[in-house]
Design a protein around this ligand. Structure first.
Ligand SMILES: [Cu+2]
Length: 198
């Protein structure tokens, strides 16, 4: 490995470049505009850094593959496993299958003000998922698991639409999400105490 000489060579080149820049004559006005451009770039890089580090907004680089042809036979995306589930850590996960021309299941009930992780797979072609009036939108690429974690701030009825043209029935491809108040949802999904004692 010749890393050290390469690093010192690059430092040397950088120094030469900086001293070359110093010899250049840059007009005063031009210098001001360069400064403004640099400030804008630094501002945008700052936003990206803050989003990535503090808001958890990252590029979709988490690549998780799945065999589309047999996804419905896999343990995770088998029919009985679809819909809303709470895992052992209390995290709420919604699993859905997208296929021409519907999402399975057709209707979901989820709590408001709670982080929900959606996981989608496509069993045929490219689909998309979009909830209008929210910022939730992702592609569902065959062979990959699409995952988005989001929180619905208030109760209501939301449509969940396919937003990638997938064929003649594309405009019929939708499901509905009922977002219900956090307290009511817990009451609905937890078995009544009397049934637990038996
Ligand atoms: Cu579609």
């Amino acid at each position: 490995m010749q890393t050290e000489p390469t690093i010192s060579k690059n430092i040397q080149l950088f120094r030469e470049f900086v001293s070359y820049l110093r010899t250049l004559h840059i007009d005063n006005l031009e210098q001001k505009w360069i400064t403004i451009a640099m400030v804008i770039i630094a501002f945008l890089v700052g936003i990206i850094t803050v989003d990535a580090l503090f808001h958890g907004i990252n590029p979709p680089s988490k690549v998780e593959t799945i065999d589309s042809a047999s996804a419905h036979l896999s343990k995770e995306f088998a029919e009985d496993n679809l819909g809303v589930q709470r895992d052992e850590n209390g995290k709420i996960i919604v699993r859905m299958v997208a296929l021409r021309y519907s999402f399975i299941p057709k209707h979901l009930e989820i709590p408001a003000e709670t982080p929900i992780t959606f996981r989608w797979v496509s069993t045929d072609v490219l689909h998309g998922v979009n909830i209008p009036m929210t910022n939730m939108s992702t592609m569902i690429v065959p062979g990959y698991v699409a995952e988005v974690t989001t929180t619905f701030p208030k109760p209501g009825e939301y449509p969940l639409l396919c937003n990638e043209y997938c064929g003649l029935g594309h405009n019929h491809m939708w499901s509905t999400i009922a977002v219900i108040a956090k307290e009511d949802w817990v009451a609905k999904s937890t078995p009544a105490p009397s049934t637990l004692t038996k």
